[in-house]
Design a protein around this ligand. Structure first.
Ligand SMILES: Nc1ncnc2c1ncn2[C@@H]1O[C@H](COP(=O)(O)OP(=O)(O)O)[C@@H](O)[C@H]1O
Ligand SMILES: [Mg+2]
Length: 340
């Protein structure tokens, strides 16, 4: 199927100074709700506030873990994907520049500062109306790119998406002397705990880390679309006019739409104003509203995507409470039955 990405790629500037037509100096952002190590700065130019995000593999375990050799967050902007987003989603990106350093070439993403409209950090429940808009706009995003096929160079492939939190992550990060607590401590501790607390689910997960093909093939046989890949509260906000702010396009790719949904219910668990089941049904209804027939594939894709989310975050659930872990263990076993 042909695809209509804009013919003219956007240009990546040689430097941030070139973007603004003069030197600018940013204030480091410290209280940011980020987890991957990327450095952020806030700058004001001609009375307008911007956020600069520096993308260097040497500073960002998320880029290393997902094999981000092409600065994906820049690539989705440069290649025109972000131009095609539904009008209900604001990605905030206005420009990108290279960032040349002695240890290699990185990139800088220049965004409008939307800090005042982001979901506040913490565990407070997301208001129902805002949650409903997030799910509706997620479905609109997926409906927009439904079934399109095109060059996905620079995007995150499905296999890597499902397996990047696997046991090799800690090994690789420790080998390079990394100290970030997520990949070097929490992830491996969580996987070890999973074996003790939910051995049947652990068996499913570890078998898939050894050989993910059955899950990847089964999911890839259901409809695919462009997913953002990280719909967690720290990347979300709402403009006063109701549009959703969706930051942090570090792991976009072609994947089942339900993988965005499963990640959302998994990572925002404490903040959901309704049950996970109700959220899943809300997304299905939203897809239907946006013109997608969910009948033929829904059961299989949603069941397998919840197993997929457990492959991504089983370690995190194993560090949490019994009720939540039990819910996910049941989803993992259900997904495994679907693969037989
Ligand atoms: N355009 C922006 N406007 C305001 N705040 C931002 C913007 N981009 C990022 N931030 C803040 O910085 C945090 C980390 O940025 P993000 O791109 O999500 O990186 P990470 O990979 O560290 O999660 C966000 O959770 C948000 O609080
Ligand atoms: Mg983020």
């Amino acid at each position: 199927m042909a695809v209509d990405l804009p013919a003219e790629a956007r240009r990546i500037a040689g430097s941030v100074s070139e973007v603004f037509g003069r030197r600018v100096s940013g204030e480091p952002m410290t209280a940011a709700d980020g987890k991957t190590g990327a450095r952020l700065e806030r700058v004001t130019v001609d009375g307008r506030a911007y956020v600069l995000k520096y993308l260097h593999r040497s500073e960002d375990w998320g880029m290393r873990a997902t094999g981000d050799l092409a600065h994906r967050a820049v690539a989705v902007w440069r290649d025109g994907w972000l131009d095609l987003l539904p009008p209900t989603i604001d990605h905030t990106v206005v420009a990108a520049a290279w960032d040349e350093r002695p240890d290699g070439r990185g990139a800088v993403l220049v965004m409008r500062d939307v800090g005042e409209h982001l979901v506040p950090e913490g565990d407070a429940e997301i208001p129902c109306e805002q949650h409903d808009a997030f799910i509706d706009h997620m479905a609109a995003l997926h409906a927009t790119f439904w079934g399109r096929r095109h060059a996905t160079t620079g995007l995150l492939p499905l296999t890597r998406r499902l397996t990047f939190f696997g046991p090799k992550l800690a090994e690789a990060e420790r080998a390079r002397g990394g100290t970030d607590p997520v990949p070097t401590q929490l992830v491996p501790e969580g996987w070890a705990r999973l074996e003790q607390r939910a051995p049947r689910a652990a068996e499913v997960v570890f078998a898939l880390f050894d050989e993910p093909t059955p899950l990847v093939t089964a999911l890839a046989a259901t409809p695919q679309t462009l997913v953002h890949g990280d719909w967690k509260a720290g990347n979300l906000g709402s403009h006063p006019d109701g549009r959703t702010i969706l930051l942090d396009w570090a792991v976009p790719g072609i994947a089942p739409g339900c993988s965005d949904l499963a990640w959302y219910v998994c990572l925002n668990r404490a903040r959901l104003p309704e049950t996970k089941e109700a959220t899943v049904e809300r997304y299905r209804a939203a897809l239907e509203r946006h013109g997608i027939d969910t009948g033929p594939w829904w059961h299989r894709q949603s069941t397998l995507s919840l197993l997929g989310a457990f492959l991504q975050f089983g370690w995190e659930k194993a560090l949490g409470d019994d009720e939540e872990l039990a819910w996910w263990q049941a989803r993992a076993l259900e997904g495994a039955r679907e693969l037989r």
